[in-house]
Design a protein around this ligand. Sequence first.
Ligand code: HEM
Length: 277
Amino acid sequence: METEKKTQATAELTDMDLSEQIKKVTKDSHVRAEKTELMMSFQRGQVTLSQYKLLLSSLYEIYQALEEEMDRNSNHPGVAPIYFPAELARLESIEKDLEFFYGQDWREKIVVPAATKRYSHRLRQIGRENPELLLAHAYTRYLGDLSGGQVLGRIAQKSMGLKSNEGLSFFAFPGVSSPNLFKQLYRSRMNSVELTEEQRNAVLEEAVRSFEFNIQVFDDLQKMLSVTENQLQSSSTHSKSVTLQIPGAATNMSSLLRMVLGLFVALATVSMGIYVF
Ligand code: HEM
């Protein structure tokens, strides 16, 4: 009975175009991504500046890897049909936004969690070894951005109290006049990619993995924020030495974190001094 059901499901999936299959196999992952704390903050209109800055920093690392690998493989038969740098590329917009939020020396200030490093590492690996799998990642990010982008951009602007569109270039696609029509074109290009059955299954698996990477990034960012907030709270209620531990081993400790850490050490030193005398 169970086997029958499975065979039926596989047969249904085989009859579909790639764009339909990919949407179907990632449906549950999409629901999980929507329910992450970070995405819930967006949906409640409560995204904070710290959340958004950390998210942008990770998006920088992710899009840098994705777009470098897409550029390098732009003539690959699995990439060429879905290669739309003029319409979709996000890296320059993210750089502009990071400069707005962090200042000119943003490169020295941004922090990303280990999950982001794992995601970008995977992108570079498949760019080298199986470029046709880049389609799965391009789909997850770009169609996601095109679907929710406009709405999320307005929510972000309102939640963070920004007066203009400054800092929000990530959400704007000046090269796409109708996101819905563009998504249709993109889907038809996805469907035109020639893949063996094995490659098609690998693309579908990679799409699910791609959502998983995004979910892990969102969860890690949230953990980083709550650790920083908890540490700040406990340092103001108990004046004792604390070690700043970020789950997922954040890399590139920013000067902001260094400053916070310095503040803890200074507080601990002062309080020990008061205690001793
Ligand atoms: C605030 C959270 C989110 C909301 C409210 C949301 C909502 C939506 C909506 C309404 C659509 C259009 C569905 C349709 O055309 O049938 C969509 C599509 C999509 N979203 Fe999301 N989304 C969210 C987060 C995400 C995230 C985090 C990702 C990936 C990292 C993502 C990836 C996608 C993709 C790839 C599509 C295109 C589906 C397709 O047509 O094949 N979404 N989303």
